[in-house]
Design a protein around this ligand. Sequence first.
Ligand SMILES: [Zn+2]
Length: 245
Amino acid sequence: MSQKRILFVFAHPDDETFTSGVTIAKYTREENATVALLCATRGQAGKAGDPPICTAEELPAVRERELREAANILGINQVDILDYQDKHLSDVPLDELADQIIAEIERVQPQVVITFAPHGISGHPDHRAISQATTRAVSQLAPDSPVKKLYYCTLPSTGPFPVRTIHTDPEEAITTLITAPEYVDVTAQALLAHRTQHLSVERVFPGISQGDYRHVRGTNYFILAWNRLPAYQPKGKESDLFAGI
Ligand SMILES: [Zn+2]
């Protein structure tokens, strides 16, 4: 494969860094790999910080800037944002959202697509909606599409995690572990770039604002949800998203 391409599909600015920070940083630093991100909203229903960094009216533009800064830190090559309303993604007809994702797949030509697990980790309805729409989009691709794998990002039920995670998956369901502790610092910088979200960043990663990165995970967890690799038989857990491609 001459050029490896990964497309992440998420609901909100910051989903990418919370779920997949070290994975993104690892692949963007490979010479022949690129990473694209499709984000369905500007996170306009989120908090603006305490004390607020901006007004509610300014929040969509501020969060878009924060996302682009975090993406730069992680090395993401392309960021595309859809105009949907935060907290209302599940109101969008599934086929409409899936069509937008198919259009992005056509632009990016990825071999690997990644979204939330169906439970959405936090259980946010937008996370569930983007997972469902991405799954549908991939299921509708033509047989000659470059997409060979769809992954769900998740967390293992074994933890330990500083906050109670609402939804996890048992260790045996997790097919793929991307471990890259050398990118914990970069991931922490990207998390801190989501300045308006400092309350949730500090809740999930206590101490991060004081330079304590011990809660920033050096491993990300994925489930291979779909593949178009008829002869592929992974032996044990995968450690590379492109294994078998
Ligand atoms: Zn989110």
